[in-house]
Design a protein around this ligand. Structure first.
Ligand code: ATP
Length: 258
């Protein structure tokens, strides 16, 4: 049985009088992909923000490999192994795809104090970046400025960057949104391959049922900030609480409308 990599305990985010995430306790094992679903405004993005550190918990804690990371800022959590797909606003639009990837690799290799090991680690990371570019089929665009990439290619680059960093926890937020039918399988196949790594855990906020069906080992449902259901995909889809949360339209219809 796989061990727990990430755990949230009574995790809560309050914005003024509004509780966006309400006491969510959940453990995520290595080697599994958990889809996080729920209606608009259910708290999915805020739950991601609480884990990655973009939002500080009002109460509750986040543990990575047993270590309490709740008070760490975003960058320290990233160094500890929390990997959220990059927002392009964090990148350099006038630098090329490869230059941006090199900067990501550099930020990781700097974590080692010794110059010699830094240099050799940096080489390994550059190789990983090259490999990631090939895997997302962006090799031909490696000298293109990222501001000139199509939307689908920008999303692929986000995935390549995350793979270069190779965190313990991969967090994807609708990774194929805006991609064409041809582009989406490249990214979905990569995420499926990541699952084979028994030492990583993957969280996926997703509205598309076909993606959830193809990838999820487990589904958790957030509703009004609360954990409304948690279990194997077939079981969660059939649960009363999920059916009730999407009254009238059925879960599948409601998700596909989003
Ligand atoms: N910074 C903030 N200040 C105030 N309210 C916020 C803030 N961030 C989120 N909220 C509110 O918290 C609730 C949860 O929002 P969140 O974006 O986490 O939901 P979501 O499930 O990701 O929704 P969607 O599927 O539409 O992206 C919403 O009511 C939202 O308006």
């Amino acid at each position: 049985m796989s061990s727990t990599l990430l755990r949230t305990q009574d995790l809560t985010a309050r914005f003024g009088g509004h509780v966006a995430v309400d006491g969510v306790s959940c453990a995520f094992a290595a080697g599994a992909l958990t889809a996080i679903i729920g209606p608009n405004g259910a708290g999915k993005t805020t739950y991601f923000d609480l884990i990655s550190g973009q939002v500080n918990a009002s109460t509750g804690r986040v543990f990575l490999g047993g270590r309490d990371i709740s008070r760490m800022p975003v960058a320290a959590r990233a160094r500890a192994g929390i990997g959220r797909a990059f927002q392009l606003t964090n990148l350099f639009p006038n630098l090329s795809v490869m230059e941006n990837l090199r900067l990501v690799a550099q930020s990781k290799s700097k974590r080692r104090a010794c110059i010699w090991s830094m240099a050799s680690r940096h080489r390994t990371l550059i190789e990983a970046a090259e490999q990631a570019l090939e895997q997302v089929q962006l090799k031909d665009q490696r000298f293109q400025k990222i501001s000139e990439l199509s939307h689908g290619d920008q999303r692929k680059l986000e995935v390549a960057m995350l793979m270069t960093l190779d965190p313990l926890v991969y967090m994807f937020d609708e990774p194929t949104a805006g991609m064409s039918m041809d582009e989406a399988p490249v990214v979905l196949d990569l995420i499926a391959a990541l699952k084979q790594r028994r030492d990583r855990t993957i969280l996926l906020v997703e509205h598309k049922m076909d993606v959830i069906r193809a990838l999820a080992d487990r589904i958790i449902v957030l509703n009004n900030g609360c954990l409304a259901a948690d279990g194997a995909p077939a079981e969660v889809m059939e649960s009363d609480i999920v059916q009730e949360a999407y009254i009238g339209r059925g879960l599948e219809g409601a998700l596909n409308e989003l």
